[in-house]
Design a binder for this molecule. Structure first.
Ligand SMILES: [Zn+2]
Length: 74
């Protein structure tokens, strides 16, 4: 499993969530378990089949989060 970068604000643990909605323009977000900051990730564009998200999309979301968290904490 990929290690996720911690929250850029407080170094808390990050969990990635998918958000399935026809109306929202994003369907993936990262939530810090410590400060409860929500980081929307429209760039992840998770591909889902019904309620199942493709594993390759999850991997991509994890990679995108890590790149972003590194960038924001510098
Ligand atoms: Zn945090």
């Amino acid at each position: 499993m990929t290690n996720l970068e911690p929250c850029p604000k407080c170094k808390g643990e990050i969990t990635l969530y998918s958000y399935l909605s026809l109306k929202a323009n994003y369907n993936c977000y990262a939530l810090c378990q410590k400060c409860k900051t929500v980081y929307r990730m429209p760039e992840a564009k998770l591909k889902a089949h019904g309620a199942r998200i493709y594993p390759s999309s999850i991997k991509k979301a994890e990679r995108l989060w890590n790149e972003r968290a590194k960038g924001e904490s510098e």
